[in-house]
Write a protein that binds this ligand. Sequence first.
Ligand code: HEC
Length: 144
Amino acid sequence: MRTPRSAGLRRLVMGAGILVAAGTVSSSVEAQELRDQYHQAPRDTVSQEVYDGWKQFNLNCARCHGEDVLGTTIAPHLIISLKPEGPINTKEAFIQVVCAGRPDKGMPAWCPLGMDPGTIEKIYAYVKSRSDGKMSPGRPARKG
Ligand code: HEC
C-alpha cells in the first residue's frame, strides 16, 4: 500500500526525469543551431573576387570590424565608412589606409604584415558590396 509521501516522491522523481530529458533536447537543438550557423546555405552568389574578399576579411579584419562587416565597439563600422558620404568613399582611400594602417590608433598596417595589394582589392570588393547593400551577411557561394 502506497503512502501519500511515497507518491509525492515518485512525482518528484518523474518530474526530475522530465526536466533532465527537456534539458537534453534543448542542448541538442542548440548544437544543431550552432552547426547550422556554420553550414548555413549561402544566400548570395558572388564572383570569385568577392568570395576571396569575404574570406580574407573574415579571417583578418572581422575581429575588430565585426563578422560580416557588422561593426564592433572598437573600430569604425566599415559599412558606414564606405558610403558615398563616408570617410573612405574611394577604392584608393581604402587601399591606402589598409596598406599603411594607423598603427598608433590600433589599425594594423597590412602591407608590412605581408598582405599583397591584390588581396586588399578583393577585400575592398567584398566590403563595398556589403556597404552598397548588394550582399547579405553570411557565407556567399561562388559564381560558376
Ligand atoms: C586589431 C584591430 C583591427 C584589425 C584586425 C583591423 N582593423 Fe581596421 N581599424 C581598426 C581601428 C581601431 C581603426 C580606427 C583607427 C582610427 O581611430 O583612426 C581602423 C580603421 C580602418 C579603416 C578606416 C575607417 C574609417 O572610417 O576611417 C579601414 C578602411 C579599415 N580599418 C579596414 C580594415 C581592414 C580591411 C582590415 C583587415 C585587412 C582591418 N581594418 C583590420 C582596427 C583594426
